[in-house]
Design a protein around this ligand. Structure first.
Ligand SMILES: [Zn+2]
Length: 258
């Protein structure tokens, strides 16, 4: 069991890309931890082998992660490994977990550890750490570098590289993905942001810096930051991209550590 010092303050906001579709992001936070998930949207018409939708997957993962974080389980990769196992067992009886198109999710997770911050990033939902010395984005950009070819990726390329050595890793039906996450522990952290790619497009497409992101979070909070995303998208839709959408589900958690 391990419990950290509670954060001074934490706030979260999540908003679906459009009212017509369920939000496939999920966020949860406690006094000394936070989790953000971004469920993958599938290519239309693909048989996933799973009777559940993406919100089911992210809810199950979030519940299993939250329980272990609340109870102070040992370390973040093991917490994620166990959460994927628990989620698998919740649908092993009804679904084909060997199907490579089974629903999947990114995971961004932080926890207070004494005076330090433990972090875990799997997939393209980053954790951004602000310390007294500057800002360090913790990014998992393996999905940006699939070979051969480049974006737009073919369905077969994505399928063959998902949860495969030399490819990219996500929380789906293979608990070992947890051991492929980017993890670490950082000292002197004053603020943390956990974001889905529906928000990081402000940096990737719209020219914002991470410093700008923290300024907006400090001034207007996570919901104000997401509002800024929507305004940018209205003014100028993002360029077509691998999975380009004018409005993606957008989620932000902002933590003031001390
Ligand atoms: Zn299922």
């Amino acid at each position: 069991m391990s419990f950290g010092v509670p954060f001074k303050r934490s706030e979260l906001a999540t908003m679906a890309g459009t009212a017509a579709r369920a939000n496939e992001d999920y966020a949860a936070a406690g006094p000394d931890w936070a989790v953000v998930l971004d469920g993958a949207t599938h290519f239309a018409g693909v048989d996933t082998g799973c009777i559940h939708d993406v919100p089911w997957l992210v809810s199950n993962l979030a519940a299993a992660l939250a329980e272990q974080l609340i109870l102070g389980a040992a370390n973040l990769p093991e917490i994620l490994f166990s959460a994927i196992e628990i989620t698998c067992s919740a649908h092993a009886g009804t679904c084909d977990l060997a199907n490579p198109d089974s629903p999947s999710s990114t995971v961004a997770m932080v926890r207070s550890a004494g005076t330090a911050i433990e972090y875990l990033v799997l997939g393209d939902s980053p954790v951004i750490l602000r310390t007294t010395d500057g800002i360090t984005p913790v990014l998992d950009d393996r999905l940006d570098h699939l070979q051969p070819g480049g974006r737009p990726y073919t369905r077969d390329l994505v399928r063959s590289k998902r949860n495969a050595s030399g490819g990219f890793w996500v929380a789906s039906t293979n608990p070992d993905a947890a051991h492929e996450a980017i993890t670490g522990i950082a000292d002197d952290v004053t603020h943390v942001a956990l974001l889905t790619d529906g928000v990081t497009r402000l940096v990737e497409y719209y020219g914002y810096s991470w410093t700008d992101i923290f300024e907006l979070l400090s001034k207007d909070g996570p919901s104000g930051l997401i509002q800024r995303v929507r305004e940018a998208e209205q003014a100028s839709p993002p360029p077509a991209h691998g999975y380009g959408k004018q409005h993606d589900d957008a989620t932000a958690v902002y933590i003031q550590v001390i």
